[in-house]
Design a protein around this ligand. Structure first.
Ligand SMILES: [Zn+2]
Length: 192
């Protein structure tokens, strides 16, 4: 399978309705010219596999030995990346508000961890997941996501790869340039 380009990935997202462009009122109440929902791509196993292969191609040189993802959004793509690399896939989940390894998942000093998420927005959950791996004594060799919507502001201290980058600014309704142009605002089908 040929490596997917960023444009291939964005076309896939548009085709399944995971990336809508227009004028949206998000669950937060903010307005945005775009709506992104990775789960709508990942619900299709073949597309999820293709994304995993694409990320796998980009990170293979980091020689990860385990993929660690934050629940829930990172689990499906983390599993597909791990499949592409032939390594373990584990996830961290919140317990009393703190991201934690549960279910008997463990990391050790010999592990080379790749942190994988569906989308990186501020980088906050990626950093938190990196901290989980380091606290367990493992080495974090990189991080990856299907979509980088951080606008380059994620500030991670490890190598970072994304299949595609999208710019999706958000606006307060009273400062929204799309509203100012009189464009009707719509609510996307599910939570952003
Ligand atoms: Zn607006």
């Amino acid at each position: 399978m040929p490596a997917a380009t960023a444009e291939d990935i964005l076309d896939l997202f548009r085709r399944v309705g995971a990336l809508l462009e227009g004028h949206f009122r998000l669950t937060s109440g903010l307005h945005s010219p775009g709506y992104l929902q990775c789960a709508l791509v990942l619900q299709h196993p073949r597309e999820a596999e293709a994304c995993g292969l694409g990320i796998g191609d980009r990170v293979r040189g980091l020689a990860p030995t385990v993929v660690l993802s934050p629940a829930l959004g990172g689990i499906v793509i983390g599993h597909e990346v791990a499949r592409a690399l032939g390594v373990r896939a584990i996830f961290a989940e919140r317990q009393d508000g703190t991201l934690t390894l549960r279910r008997g998942f463990s990391l050790a000093a010999v592990d080379r961890v790749l942190v994988v998420e569906d989308v990186v927005t501020t980088g906050g959950s990626t950093r938190e997941t990196i901290d989980v791996a380091r606290a367990a004594g493992a080495r974090v060799v990189g991080a990856a996501a299907i979509i980088d919507r951080s606008g380059g502001t994620q500030h991670l201290d490890v190598a970072f790869h994304a299949l595609a980058t999208v710019s999706l600014p958000t606006y307060q309704p009273d400062a929204c340039p799309l509203c100012a142009r009189g464009e009707p605002v719509v609510k996307p089908g599910s939570r952003v």
